[in-house]
Design a binder for this molecule. Structure first.
Ligand code: MRU
Length: 351
């Protein structure tokens, strides 16, 4: 059973993409029309669209938009070369979430595999991006179904950042687990970490769960240990941006600290991700590139400077939680212990 969300952060409008502007939420609900691949690259970099699966799907649409622009190429070779160049730019917009690389590469490889004319390839790329969009919701619902089993009756889930409808095509990974658990048991509740510096927990997770009527309590990041010690948290469920074969998981900065606190209090800690977030080319999390973002995200809140201008700033957007702190990785095909992940992934045919 699922608890539907009506939020659709990415929509295909036939010749352009409509994105919910996630930088404006929750103050304003607006959409942005993306007509070129360059506009898509900026939307991903500036986090108008964000969350690993959502930027993957957006990247796939970016390739389709670019392909239409390249129809003036002299021949198919030039067309495919331009696609490859564009893919390099798109993938560089956000380096940590592997879904972006996965989706963009999948589109370029698909274009190269088709023995068709350029206009026909453009059409196929658009259809393929729409397919990824629709499939993502189904994948999330499967993650939700598996994950709902680990939420105790009347339990409280703690989550970090936003791994919800806004971060995917429209259901969520970690929040997909919350939605599916809530559909079965409306006495569960969610604690959402605020998630500094960009406040995805406060601005996005709280917004979408409150909209859906799922009981939600917002806490600041530093409060998680306090509530764990008080026995208020039964299980932690977070999303992921890239999972290595040993289960090490990159997710929003602060996730590692939550995992350490959960370990200290014997609270199960789960990561909910689609297979496209698992990077089968890396053995450990040491190989995951960590995006460094603008210092202004730390120094300013709502455009206002909140610290001395001269202070030094470091702003990594993600951290890596070692597999040994993770109880299980919830995917569309089941829940795996980090130590079982490699074998499980190798046993599943690549789609
Ligand atoms: O910087 P963001 O907002 O893109 O970071 C998002 C996260 O870290 C999410 O937890 C992750 O992408 C999983 S989304 C299903």
């Amino acid at each position: 059973m699922t608890f539907e969300s009506k939020i659709r952060p990415i929509e295909w409008a036939g010749d352009h993409v409509k994105l919910i502007d996630q930088t404006a939420l929750p103050y304003e609900y607006t959409t942005v029309n993306i007509k070129t691949w360059q506009e898509m690259a900026v939307a991903i970099k500036d986090m108008i669209v964000r969350g690993a699966p959502a930027i993957g799907i957006s990247g796939a649409f970016g390739v389709a938009l670019g392909a239409r622009e390249f129809l003036n190429s002299k021949n198919l070779d030039e067309f495919l070369q331009k696609l490859e160049m564009m893919a390099i730019y798109l993938k560089a917009t956000r380096p940590t979430a592997v879904n972006l690389m996965w989706a963009v590469d999948k589109q370029v490889d698909y274009a190269k595999s088709l023995n068709l004319s350029m206009p026909e390839i453009v059409e196929k790329l658009e259809q393929n991006a729409v397919k990824m969009l629709n499939e993502d919701i189904e994948i999330n619902k499967k993650i939700g179904e598996h994950g709902a089993k680990i939420v105790p009756k009347g339990g409280t889930i703690l989550t970090h950042c936003n791994a919800g409808a806004l971060a995917t095509a429209g259901y969520g990974t970690a929040l997909g687990v919350a939605r599916s658990a809530y559909a079965k048991d409306p006495t569960i509740r969610v604690f959402a970490d605020e998630t500094r510096p960009r406040q995805q927990g406060a601005r996005l997770t709280a917004w979408e769960l409150v909209n859906d009527g799922i009981p939600t309590t917002l806490i600041t990041d530093g409060m998680c240990g306090y509530f764990m010690k008080k026995g208020e948290i039964d299980v932690v469920v977070v999303g992921g941006d890239r999972v290595a074969l040993n289960g090490d998981t990159a997710n929003k900065i602060g996730t590692y600290t939550v995992a350490l606190a959960a370990k200290a209090h014997n609270i199960p800690f789960y990561v909910a991700v689609p297979h496209s977030t698992i990077d089968a080319s890396i053995e450990t999390g040491d190989q995951i590139p960590i995006e460094e973002r603008d210092a202004r995200e730390v120094t300013h809140i709502n455009g206002k400077l909140v610290c001395p201008e001269e202070v030094n700033i470091i702003n990594p957007a993600f951290d890596v939680t070692p597999g040994e702190y993770i109880t299980g990785i919830i995917t569309e095909t089941g829940i795996y212990k980090p130590s079982e992940l490699k074998q499980a992934i190798n046993a599943i045919p690549v789609s």
